[in-house]
Design a protein around this ligand. Structure first.
Ligand code: AMP
Ligand code: FE
Ligand code: FE
Ligand code: ZN
Length: 276
């Protein structure tokens, strides 16, 4: 039975793999289809599509938008979007400018703590439009301030630490609408990590198409719990490894093998949306 991984990151956001390395690993595992879901960007889609074409793997365009429903941070996956859609690109560009400014704010806080680091160094190291805290962590390690990424997060970057700066989040309903306008389908990422089951029903009302039931950090019982919610609310089912390359030790690609029938249902939904 063919299978897919619909949640993957590269160095176009906070992953470590290039698109080519990621696709090579997917080919090794025997995936038939994959989607690139870098945070708040679609920058890596073109290269990933080209690598997938060579590897004879079906590529599904994707992104993972940082969003908020009331006080809950949630991540919304968009699939089958037109990555050249003007409205989508202009929203994403605003998002990315905020992310780049956030890097400058984090670095200014580090500077005020006596740590000499230059924001441009971090942005050059990130070398993508959607930089984040892992890039600051890498710069701190390179500068010899911290011995590893974990130390950088523990001492400076995580919530309630001195260089923490909150991230901009778009409203969940805006994120869903934006994905739909770009011809895509909207899926709630890893609900088990956000402890926000109460947001699912209102988001379904707002047009959410599916939930990511299968995720590396969902136990079997968590996956079953969300399969039941998906069934009750008539939502589609997706899954993915959320592999960030070598960022967090062992690469996660290969841990989730989503049966291809779910991809077919997603694809049918995207077609229905386009026909509207
Ligand atoms: P940001 O989007 O800038 O808030 O950064 C969030 C990212 O930081 C997550 O997707 C993780 O990849 C990474 N991250 C969070 N905590 C840690 C940690 N303790 N060690 C390494 N990476 C982390
Ligand atoms: Fe991430
Ligand atoms: Fe996420
Ligand atoms: Zn992710």
């Amino acid at each position: 039975m063919p299978f897919a991984d619909l949640h993957l990151h590269t160095f176009f956001s906070d992953g470590t793999y290039s698109p080519e390395e990621m696709v090579e690993r997917a080919r090794g595992w025997g995936f038939s289809a994959l989607s690139l879901t870098d945070h708040d960007t679609v920058e890596g889609c073109e290269r990933t599509a080209a690598a997938c074409a060579l590897a004879e793997i079906e590529f599904i365009t994707g992104t993972e938008l940082t969003a908020q429903h009331e006080e809950h941070e949630i991540h919304i996956l968009g699939y089958f979007l037109d990555t050249s859609h003007r409205g989508l690109l202009s929203e994403i560009e605003k998002f990315q400018a905020v992310r780049q400014n956030r890097i400058r704010e984090i670095v200014a806080r580090l500077n005020s703590l006596g740590i000499m680091l230059d924001a441009e160094t971090v942005l050059n190291l990130a070398n993508c439009r959607s930089p984040g805290r892992p890039h600051v962590a890498r710069a701190l390690v390179q500068a010899g301030v911290c011995s590893g990424l974990d130390e950088a997060f523990e001492r400076f970057l995580k919530k309630n630490r001195p260089a923490f700066v909150p991230k901009f989040k778009m409203s969940a309903s805006v994120a869903i609408d934006l994905i739909h306008e770009a011809g895509g389908v909207a899926v709630l990422a890893h609900p088990g990590l956000n402890h926000a089951d109460q947001v699912i029903a209102p988001m379904a009302e707002a047009g959410l198409d599916g939930i990511e039931c299968f995720h590396t950090k969902h136990s079997t019982s968590t996956a079953e719990h969300y399969l039941q919610i998906a069934d009750e609310l008539n939502l589609l089912v997706t899954g993915g490894s959320d592999c960030h390359g070598m960022n967090k030790g062992k690469p996660l690609i290969g841990t989730i093998k989503l049966p291809y029938q779910h991809v077919e249902k997603l694809k049918a939904r995207a077609k229905e949306r386009l026909a509207k």
